[in-house]
Design a protein around this ligand. Structure first.
Ligand code: ADP
Length: 940
């Protein structure tokens, strides 16, 4: 632009010069030149734009064509269809009349015609067309090797094309178009004209490339689809074989089918199985072959070199071409000739390995060169594995069968040889073997079931039935199989025909063929449909009574042998005895249960031990008194359980032993008796244990009491006697005041005596149940104040007890009680409170109303009562250990409880040892008593 701008300027300048020089011609020329230049520049500009537009239109139409093609290809099902769509589109868009597609194998050795199209029809010769990519000259090979488009304008003269193919197709000009996928070259398209010579434009070439790319994609897709389908199909096949391996017992049939299927899946002409290890020639076991092929001769196995290789190496051998494979160069494998002689060209062979050892080999032969794929290898290996499994289980089965046959054969042989004698011993053996089981059955039901199953086994019969005789009826009790088991409970009159014969004759009923029976009664309960022969025997009990019948049946007619009848009679006898036993057992166990029930419920403790001294019975009473459960005691000895020997060594006797229970001592009176078995051997011992702790305690307490009462009585008596004596003999020596003091001592000591005697009388009354209480509305608060006041006065003050009355807001506490008796109870409780708090402290008497009751508490801060003694202190004569030192009769609380109970109340203690005690007294409140008496009593 700058250049033209400058020249324009120069021209104008020269125009001015010319005008000035008036050289018009020059001026005109200059103007014309200028216009010419401008026109040319414009032309170039317009042309460029047009070309660009044309190019973009071509580009667009190529894109559109490619899009159309890819849509059409997407609908194509297989590679042929893909080829057809691709070739037709090329012909149409490029304007050619011939196109063909050759596919290249994986190894790149050969191109094979897939499809060719000429004027919209397939060329039928084309699929058979082959081009050797290694040795032959061809346009296909050229495109394949250079991986680029190869153009031949004059095909007739070109040395670079396959003349034969060109001639066959009649091509004048041709372009070879490589189809290259991401992985490899998959094919070559040839496209050309048969009518005239062509030179392709660059636009056409670009279009071809684009369409070829689309076609390649589509072909790839059909390949992977086909591969997927093939893989699925093989997967299905392997699992089908595997399923059959696990279900089919005829291994040869299984393998035959599997060989055929494997051959088909791999496109093979032969498929065979050889069994044996690498050291042997491994003979051919089974072979499948295509129709028309001869079987592999038996003596050919040493020359089956590929399967020999797989056997030797223990891994899969894949030979694509027997002729060229270097692996087969090793002559010791068997060479190539034999294989080629069988019409095979490629072999794939996988060893069959079981538990690490090679046991055989599976091989497929293909008639043509075949590059076995990874999938093929995986497939044959999977089938080989399944064959291994099948052979393994078949082996086991075979071995098993052989053993069984041997045994059966042996048995049959011995039985046959020894004849009757042996039969007898077989029957005897079976009878003896069953006897123990029969007698082991504990219930009658079990005996019947056992008897029926033994009857079948004994005579190798088909079924058996046992009927029991009840009055004049036969009742089906137990049957086995063929509907007999459903008869259970059915009843029949025993008198009818054959059953009747059996029942009344009491002799075996032997029928070898029911169809020959003249008076065959279908109603006869013992004749069952479907049986041809029967043998029935009576069941005779120990007292010679008929208990029932046992019948065995056979589906086939059968000559029952005498020995067999005898054996069944013996079984029936055993059954009868076993039944009696079971019945006895039932009774014994019932009796045993009964005695256990009795022993467990008796109040005395019962312990039984077996002859080893192990405890076999420990009843509830022993559990209660010893606190040891029967679970803990059973199976152990008395020494282990009680730390005492119960056995005195004597046959029988009585004695007392003491055992520890918790912290306390327990006294047991043991009576023992020896149990003997029928053979007069010691079977065990039985001990009766009576808890005599209380009796013993009372005895002890009584003797303590006698001594303590004597002591208690003696003290006041001594004082009374002393003072009385003094006054009598030396009365005059004392003045009035002194005499009064002596007399008051005598009076108070007499009162103490009276108290003791009263207490003893109370106890006597309580014991005899004669205690009388006079219940009435009683002001408890008033009594409390009185008693506490007396105690306060009586207290010398030296110990410094402080008395507190706490009756709450409600000062009058009305209760249903006996005034005197209540007073005595309170006195006793307060006395105890003082006595057992030697260091003084507070004694509180508290009272309060609670629903329906009046509650009194006597609380001290004294020595307290150990927990384990808190219940015992209410017993007669019981004195806690420290109180022995403090005197007392041990009757106070016993009497108190007796009195309170008689008044309809309760008394108990809460205490912590060392901190003090709180005696609680509960009496029926006046309101509650009133409400009760208002209710009309029954009978009024
Ligand atoms: P005694 O008349 O011999 O005291 P009791 O029957 O009144 O007999 O009491 C029986 C035993 O209860 C006493 O020996 C003592 O061990 C115990 N006991 C009663 N009251 C108390 C108390 N307040 N504190 C501690 N121990 C008590």
């Amino acid at each position: 632009m700058t250049v033209s701008g400058t020249s324009l300027h120069a021209q104008l300048a020269s125009l001015a010069d010319a005008a000035r020089s008036s050289d018009l011609v020059l001026l005109i020329l200059a103007v014309l030149g200028l216009f010419l230049v401008i026109h040319l520049a414009l032309d170039v500009f317009v042309l460029r734009r047009r070309r660009r537009r044309r190019e973009s239109i071509a580009q667009e139409s190529r894109m559109a064509a490619a899009a159309d093609l890819s849509a059409a290809l997407a609908r194509a099902r297989d590679s042929e269809e893909v080829g057809r769509v691709l070739l037709d589109t090329l012909n149409e868009l490029i304007g050619t009349d011939h196109s063909g597609l050759m596919l290249i194998d994986e190894g790149g050795t050969e191109a094979r015609g897939l499809i060719a199209r000429s004027d919209g029809v397939d060329l039928d010769w084309y699929p058979a067309a082959r081009v050797d990519l290694k040795s032959e000259v061809s346009g296909v090979r050229c495109a394949y090797e250079t991986r680029t488009l190869f153009l031949v304008e004059n095909a007739l003269d070109s040395p670079e094309v396959n003349a034969e193919l060109i001639e066959r197709a009649g091509l004048k000009s041709v372009a070879f178009l490589p189809l290259e996928s991401e992985r490899r070259m998959i094919g070559v398209v040839s496209i050309g004209s048969t009518t005239g010579f062509l030179s392709f434009t660059s636009e056409q070439l670009a279009l071809m490339n684009m369409l070829a790319a689309e076609g390649t994609l589509a072909l790839e897709r059909t390949y992977s689809l086909a591969a997927l389908e093939r893989a699925l199909e093989r997967e299905r096949l392997v699992s089908e074989i595997s399923r059959r391996v696990r279900s089919e017992s005829d291994v040869d049939r299984l393998i035959e089918v599997a060989l055929a299927e494997t051959a088909e899946a791999l496109g093979a002409s032969r498929c065979f199985l050889r069994l044996g290890d690498p050291e042997t020639p491994a003979p051919l076991r089974l072979e499948w072959r295509q129709e028309g092929l001869d079987p592999i001769p038996a003596d050919a196995t040493p020359y089956l070199s590929v399967s020999n290789l797989a056997l030797r190496q223990g891994r899969t051998a894949a030979v694509a071409d027997i002729e060229t494979s270097p692996e087969l160069a090793d002559e010791s494998l068997g060479g190539r000739e034999a294989l080629l002689g069988l019409g095979s060209r490629a072999v794939l062979s996988a060893p069959i390995v079981l538990f690490g050892a090679v046991i055989g080999v599976l091989a497929v032969h293909a008639a043509a060169v075949l590059d076995w794929s990874d999938d093929d290898i995986a497939f044959i290996e999977a089938v080989a594995r399944e064959f291994g499994m099948a052979l393994y289980s078949a082996n086991l089965l075979e071995e098993n069968r052989r053993r069984l046959e041997q045994q059966e054969g042996l048995l049959a042989a011995t039985e046959a040889m020894a004849g009757e004698l042996e039969l007898d011993s077989v029957l005897t053996r079976r009878l003896a073997g069953g006897r123990a089981d029969l007698f082991r059955a504990l219930s009658t039901r079990d005996v019947l079931a056992e008897s029926v199953s033994q009857a079948i086994a004994l005579l190798d019969a088909d079924a058996a039935l046992l009927l029991e005789l009840e009055g004049s009826e036969l009742v089906a009790r137990e049957g086995s199989s063929y509907g007999l088991e459903e008869m259970q409970g059915e009843r029949f009159p025993a008198a009818i025909s054959m059953a009747g014969d059996l029942v009344y004759s009491r002799r075996p009923l032997v029928i070898g063929d029911l169809s020959l029976q003249e008076r065959l009664e279908t109603l006869d309960p013992i004749v069952r449909e479907g049986f041809q022969a029967l043998l029935g025997v009576p069941l005779i009990g120990s007292d010679d009574s008929l208990e029932g019948v046992l019948i065995v049946y056979s589906h086939a007619a059968r000559a029952w042998r005498a020995k067999e009848t005898e054996a069944l009679v013996s079984l029936a006898a055993n059954t009868a005895t076993a039944l009696a036993n079971a019945f006895l057992y039932l009774r014994v166990s019932f009796e045993r249960e009964q005695s256990i029930a009795i022993l467990s419920s008796v109040a005395d403790g019962i312990v039984a031990v077996d002859r080893e001294g192990k405890i076999v019975l420990w009843n509830a009473a022993v559990e209660r008194s010893t606190g040891i459960s029967s679970d803990e005691a059973l199976g152990r000895t008395s020494v282990e359980v009680l730390r005492r020997e119960l056995d005195s060594g004597a046959e029988q006797g009585e004695r007392s032993i003491s055992i520890k229970r918790g912290g306390t001592e327990l006294w047991l009176e043991v009576t023992e008796a020896t149990m003997r078995d029928p053979a007069d051997q010691i079977a065990g011992k039985i001990y009766t244990l009576r808890d005599v702790s209380t009796d013993r305690f009372v005895e002890q307490a009584k003797s303590d009491f006698v001594s303590s009462v004597s002591h208690e009585l003696r003290a006041p008596l001594t004082s009374i006697y002393g003072f009385a004596e003094t006054l009598l003999r030396r009365g005059e020596l004392f003045d009035e005041t002194q005499r009064r003091t002596f007399l008051s001592y005598i009076a108070s000591e007499s009162e103490r005596l009276t108290g003791i005697v009263d207490a003893l009388l109370d106890v006597a009354e309580l014991d005899s149940g004669d205690l009388q209480v006079e219940l009435g509305q009683t002001d408890v608060a008033h009594i409390v104040r009185e008693v506490v006041e007396v105690a306060r006065q009586g207290e010398s003050g030296s110990n410094g007890h402080e008395f507190v009355i706490d009756l709450g807001a409600d000062e009058s506490l009305g209760a249903e009680a006996d005034r005197d008796k209540l007073r005595r109870v309170l006195v006793n409780l307060i006395d105890n409170a003082i006595k057992f708090s030697p260091d003084g402290g507070k004694v509180t008497v508290a009272g309060q109303k609670r629903p329906g009751v009046v509650e009194l508490r006597v609380v001290d801060e004294g020595v307290g009562i150990p927990a384990e003694e808190q219940e015992r202190i209410f017993r007669k004569f019981y004195r806690g250990s420290p109180s022995v030192l403090r005197g007392g009769t041990g009757l106070g609380l016993f009497i108190s409880r007796g009195l309170v109970t008689a008044m309809g109340g309760r008394i108990w203690v809460d205490s912590v040892e060392g901190e003090g005690s709180s005696f609680v007294l509960e009496l029926v409140s006046s309101e509650a008593a009133g409400a009760k008496s208002e209710l009309p009593s029954v009978g009024e």
